[in-house]
Design a protein around this ligand. Structure first.
Ligand code: ZN
Length: 156
């Protein structure tokens, strides 16, 4: 990834004491959240789980509701899911921060009907910014369909 990450300056960010254990469900933003809300009829309704370290993961079902043309889902929908999982990874830190940038590469299209595994991991902080790395792969596939960096800015 050729994005500007101050790797030499990053400091570790730890899980908060109250964060769910790896494999346990993370806390939904609201029942109507477009990403994780279980009651939003038009949303992605992602079930998101705490990952290893300071991270989160989910499986996106690329159903027909997400379709664009040529039987592939819209990359912007995948970007929304990537942002959602990055946000849940940040949630594991207990930090109050707002997203200021999400950059996503789409190396391969996602066919309708695929299951996409999305994993996010907090890679560190520099000054008031927290950096989260996200990858998306088709389940049982060997090629990534998404690679992303999300940057959050902590509230003063
Ligand atoms: Zn949400």
């Amino acid at each position: 990834m050729d994005w500007p990450i101050p790797f030499d300056e990053l400091v570790a960010v730890l899980r908060s004491a109250g964060a769910p254990a790896s494999g346990q469900a993370t806390v939904r933003h609201s029942s109507m959240c477009y990403g994780c809300g279980e009651a939003n009829p038009d949303g992605l309704r992602l079930d998101i789980y705490a990952g290893e370290g300071v991270g989160a993961c989910t499986t996106l079902s690329a159903d027909w509701r997400l379709a664009g043309d040529e039987n592939f889902i819209r990359p912007g929908i995948l970007a929304a899911a990537v942002h959602e999982v990055a946000d849940h990874a940040l949630q594991q830190t207990g930090l109050l921060a707002s997203v200021v940038n999400v950059k996503v590469d789409f190396p391969e299209p996602v066919p309708v009907g695929a299951l996409v595994r999305i994993g996010a991991r907090v890679i560190g902080a520099f000054r008031n910014r927290v950096y989260v790395d996200v990858t998306a792969n088709i389940l049982d596939g060997d090629k990534p369909v998404g690679s992303a960096l999300a940057i959050f800015e902590c509230e003063a």
